[in-house]
Write a protein that binds this ligand. Structure first.
Ligand SMILES: Cc1ncc(C[n+]2csc(CCOP(=O)(O)OP(=O)(O)O)c2C)c(N)n1
Ligand SMILES: [Mg+2]
Length: 1023
């Protein structure tokens, strides 16, 4: 009774502003995958529905009003108030309706109405009591979780900003009820399932059942969901009497899983007591939780689960969920283990893995992959989503029935990291949805040493999920059966609605942040409590023994059995002498490499196309391959311009890109271009998606009309996110080597909000996790007098992260110098100065026999620059990407006469050639473009420096001296020339900002460095 009092006291009536959603229709709801129809159970509904004046539409309207009236009788017109009172009081069809008071005869009308109500003296009380009960039920549904017993430690101080009103059962008075009403029988509304087969219950029983459903070890947060069917579905999952019933078999399986989870950590602690492992102690029920989700999903047809998780309990998940061989895990604790693979490798709690096995519960095959991740919490979330989307895409799983994502989170990280929010916002976008992710939060009520009250401003760590209307199931992790139940419901939810869902495992962390940390320094009282806390396995085992579900002997045998498994694996782990990080690959690419993981060849075939192919793709790019499709007049002009270029056998930037994408698609390679406004192109040059000017949302993607058996082209405007979307595309590119996956920044400088993906995944991914990735970053870059923002994609940062040695001329020789260099690098950085080279580098990305990330600084003004065009001749068979474009003019014809070689990259080339022409210095100054900055084309640059023996060497860039490329190229050129000559600098002075905001200053700076570049005396007397 005490519990009841507290509950009722804390549940206040629902204000009208939170009134029940419309129940105007009999709505179908999916149950167990099939749709069934809810029949209204409320008898009050029947007389209303039977009114002779009601038809389909008007009955909807009347029922809307009815619900509004239930919440607040004054919210409807008086005549409806009377009508509902009469109908609820049992007036027969036709008799409840009283015509509204005639104009001018108000007093008379009211008197008549009063007479009718007054004729049934208990009606008002009856209505009010039913209204009160309905409010009470709804209050439990909305706020029952506030008082559910979620915290195993019972110390939780979740702040809901609505302190209890008063204490004591008399507070049922809020609902207009009193103690004497407890034994009154009330009709139940259709918005509850607590009745089971009963349509009416005594109030005492109503409250008891609501307490059972909403205030025990499960707290359900769902009433913010806008969809009534979804709300009804959840209500029936938690309210139906007897839902929490488990078979003997289920209980025994659950116990066995708890044994494994608990004893795994104990085993590690025993063997390696001073090693960090980020143990799961305090949340051992995570393992059965995940296994339940996987079993249930497998039963409904899921064949592949892609998981991302942080450090906590990771080894346990690998061992007991993924079923990684125990010896492979144990041997990593051996510090003498040698690494077999090149690269840095990674610590054991960051590695990923991939496992294909039989799910014993469902007897179906399942593939489980756990993605490798950096220390950066939550960064893996979008990567998992992207990889999941790709797997769905490649197996034609358009609804997410076969492949699903499962993400684990810590409470502090889930609330604190913005990437969680960005990832949630991808969840329902057509080109990014994975059709529902199951999120499991290990909510141990602490983040390292920080209490929740200091770590978040929301009551729960899971509130971020509310933005996408995901239901949130909070559960006391010390109750394994409740955990299993919510996980079953979560998996069913995902399978039914294909939307995200969150399981919040409220638990504790028995040890410090890691096994070496002392938690009493900072959370003394919490840890005093934790020390008193009996382990969940022990509690559950005692419960089952008391119930007679298992005997103590059976329980002990289960423990002994698992200990034996661990000991045997431990013995085997001693034989492991070498650590193969390849065994920890999360995304294998079967067939792409040789059996020992090498590229199948070391050739890079020509990336050119025949003139027929160029013409064909060019024609598609200039046409609208759909009938009766009206495009914008401006676009017609653009397409006409393209047609003219095709007839003249030249390409601009957009057409060069078209040729690359179109040809790869034709050859069967999927192309996916994602980023903000990429469909049109930020600079309105691309137009890959045409919009019918007369029909809303009718679009045409000509790139998908190239040939009958081409691969599909995906071009998608993304949400306004960089971190999330780049992570997503990286994950997409991970799934298969046979796709060109590109992410384009709106402007190159915006990439830094995705810096974590670049620094932790793209640059070092292969070194840490032996997996390759061919993602392409398109970063618009260039100083156009546009101010400090949008000018620089920060090439210096990408170059600083390149792994080639500035001081060593690579010991590579022969024809495959270029391809070997590419093979050895961590990523490729290019700045192409013409469309043909851009075309080639995109095609090379797929035609080369391995995958490396490719960073391309792309132009802005060059998109329309009349000189920045390429002839088809530069794209024909036999042509290829030019790592450098040497001087081919007058200077190259008589190199002895050349006084200066200016090396440069990108758009400044055009400024340099114009200036050279103005000054008439074509014979004395050679200009060489370095198109591939990294890996640095040592061989080709050497050929250039050798060729001009009498020239001084200048690096010219438009970026400031401490930015751009200078610091990267200078030592490399010096290595090439054995440091025999200086490498002079012509460019802007060092600066803090990437560019000036003043147009005049911009032009002045430009002229100044051009003057330096062409002043042959500029460096005289300098060392
Ligand atoms: C982005 C990021 N910032 C900081 C850290 C350092 N760090 C590691 S664990 C941790 C606490 C995480 O708390 P929580 O998410 O609740 O997980 P728990 O360790 O409690 O399981 C922090 C701050 C990190 N790994 N990543
Ligand atoms: Mg935590």
């Amino acid at each position: 009774m005490h519990r009841l009092r507290t509950t009722v006291a804390r549940l206040r009536p629902i204000p009208a502003s939170q009134s029940v959603q419309s129940l105007s229709h009999i709505r179908p709801v999916a149950v167990g995958g099939a749709l069934r129809t809810f029949q209204p159970m409320r008898h009050l509904n029947a007389p209303v529905a039977a009114e002779p004046f009601l038809n389909g539409t008007s009955s909807n309207y009347v029922e809307e009003m009815y619900f509004s009236w239930l919440e607040n009788p004054r919210s409807v017109h008086k005549s409806w108030d009377i009508f509902f009172r009469n109908a609820n009081a049992g007036a027969p069809p036709g008799a409840a309706y009283q015509s509204p008071p005639p104009l001018g005869g108000l007093a008379q009308g009211l008197a008549h109405a009063k007479a009718l109500v007054g004729a049934q003296p208990n009606v008002e009380k009856l209505v009010e009591d039913h209204l009160a009960v309905q409010s009470l039920i709804r209050a439990y549904q909305v706020r029952g979780h506030h008082i559910a017993k979620l915290d195993p430690l019972d110390i939780s101080c979740v702040d809901f900003d609505d302190a209890p009103v008063t204490v004591g059962f008399q507070n049922v008075g809020f609902y207009g009820l009193d103690e004497s009403d407890l034994d009154q029988v009330f009709r139940l509304p259709t918005t509850t399932f607590i009745g089971g087969s009963e349509s009416a219950l005594p109030l005492r029983e109503i409250i008891r059942r609501l307490e059972m459903a909403y205030c025990q070890h499960i707290g359900v947060e769902f009433m913010f969901i806008n969809d009534l069917d979804q709300c009804q579905w959840i209500r029936q999952k938690f309210e139906r009497p007897g839902v929490m019933h488990f078979t003997l078999e289920e209980k025994r399986t659950l116990l066995a899983r708890m044994v494994r989870s608990t004893r795994f950590e104990e085993f590690l602690q025993r063997k390696w007591s001073s090693e960090k492992r980020f143990g799961l102690e305090g949340c051992e029920s995570l393992i059965p939780a995940l296994k339940t989700i996987i079993d249930k999903s497998s039963a409904s047809g899921v064949e592949s689960v892609i998981m991302g998780m942080p450090h906590r309990g990771r080894l346990n998940v690998l061992a007991n969920v993924i079923r990684k061989e125990l010896e492979q895990i144990f041997c990593q604790f051996d510090s003498k283990l040698e690494a077999a693979d090149e690269g840095s490798g990674d610590v054991k709690y960051h590695l990923g893995t991939f496992h294909h096995r039989l799910n014993r519960v469902t007897d179906r095959n399942i593939t489980l992959s756990l993605m490798a991740n950096p220390s950066h919490l939550e960064a893996v979330d979008p990567v998992v989503q992207g990889k999941t989307k790709a797997e769905q895409f490649y197996c034609g799983d358009t609804e997410g029935k076969r492949v699903m994502a499962l993400l684990l989170h810590g409470d502090a990280a889930f609330a604190g990291q913005g990437i969680v929010y960005e990832t949630f916002h991808l969840s329902d976008l057509p080109s990014y949805t994975t059709h529902g992710t199951i999120h499991v939060v290990v909510n141990n009520q602490i983040g390292f040493t920080t209490d929740p009250r200091m770590a978040r401003s929301s009551p729960y760590p899971t509130d971020v999920a509310r933005v996408v209307n995901a239901p949130i199931f909070h559960v006391n992790a010390d109750d394994p059966e409740a955990v299993m139940y919510v996980c079953n419901v979560a998996a069913e939810w995902r399978n039914t609605f294909h939307k995200d869902v969150v399981v919040d495992l409220v638990c504790y962390r028995r040890n410090g942040h890691n096994e070496m940390d002392e938690p009493m320094f900072t959370q003394p009282l919490m840890y005093k409590q934790i020390k008193k806390q009996k382990g969940v396995l022990q509690k559950y085992a005692e419960k089952l023994i008391a119930e007679g579900a298992v005997t103590r002997q059976e329980y002990e045998e289960e423990i002994a059995k698992y200990n034996k498994i661990c000991e045997e694996a431990y013995a085997r782990s001693k034989d492991e002498k070498i650590l193969h990080i390849k065994h920890w690959l999360d995304s294998p690419w079967p067939g792409f490499f040789t059996s020992d993981g090498q590229p199948k060849s070391m050739n890079s075939p020509s990336t050119g196309l025949t003139k027929e192919e160029l013409n064909h793709i060019g024609n598609i790019a200039s046409s609208v391959p759909m009938e009766d499709f009206t495009i914008h007049g401006g676009l017609s002009r653009i397409l006409k311009g393209r047609a003219t270029m095709v007839s003249q056998r030249v390409c601009d930037w957009a057409l060069g890109e078209y040729m690359a994408f179109g040809s790869l698609l034709k050859e069967g390679t999927h192309v996916r271009l994602s980023g903000q406004d990429v469909e049109r192109g930020t600079f309105s040059h691309r137009h890959h998606v045409l919009h019918d000017q007369n029909v809303d949302k009718r679009i045409c993607i000509p790139m998908n009309h190239i040939s009958d058996n081409q691969a599909p082209y995906t071009v998608c405007n993304s949400s306004l996110s960089e971190y999330g979307v780049l992570g997503f595309e990286l994950g997409f590119a991970m799934a298969s080597p046979n796709a060109l996956v590109l992410w384009e920044a709106q402007f190159g400088d915006f990439h830094n909000t995705a810096q974590c993906i670049i620094d932790q995944f793209i640059s070092p991914g292969q070194a840490k996790w032996v997996r390759q990735n061919g993602i392409v970053l398109l970063l618009p870059h260039g100083m156009e007098g546009m101010g400090p923002e949008h000018s620089s994609a920060r090439p210096e940062r990408f170059l600083q992260m390149c792994n080639d040695d500035p001081d060593v001329f690579p010991k590579l020789s022969g024809e495959d110098f270029a391809v070997r260099q590419l093979y050895d690098c961590n990523w490729i950085v290019v700045n192409c100065s013409n469309p043909a080279n851009y075309f080639h580098v995109l095609r090379r990305q797929i035609l080369q026999p391995f995958r490396k990330p490719l960073i391309i600084f792309t132009p802005k003004s060059l998109l329309r620059h009349p000189e920045a065009k390429s002839s088809f001749d530069e794209m024909l068979p036999g042509t290829h990407f030019q790592r450098i474009i040497p001087e081919t003019g007058v200077a190259s014809a008589s190199p002895e006469g050349v006084k200066r070689v200016v090396f440069c990259t990108g758009k400044v080339y055009y400024e340099l050639t114009r200036e050279r022409k103005n000054r008439g210095m074509e014979a004395t100054v050679a200009i060489t473009r370095v198109e591939q900055l990294s890996p640095f084309p040592f061989d080709l640059v050497k050929a250039e420096t050798d060729r001009y023996p009498n020239a001084d060497l200048v690096w010219c860039q438009e970026e400031h001296k401490n930015q751009g490329y200078y610091d990267y190229v200078k030592p490399r050129i010096r290595t090439i020339i054995n440091r025999a000559r200086p490498v002079w600098y012509a460019g802007r002075d060092p600066a803090a900002a990437p560019a000036t905001g003043n147009k005049q200053a911009h032009l002045l700076e430009l002229q100044r460095f051009l003057d330096t570049a062409f002043n042959l005396e500029a460096f005289a007397g300098q060392q």
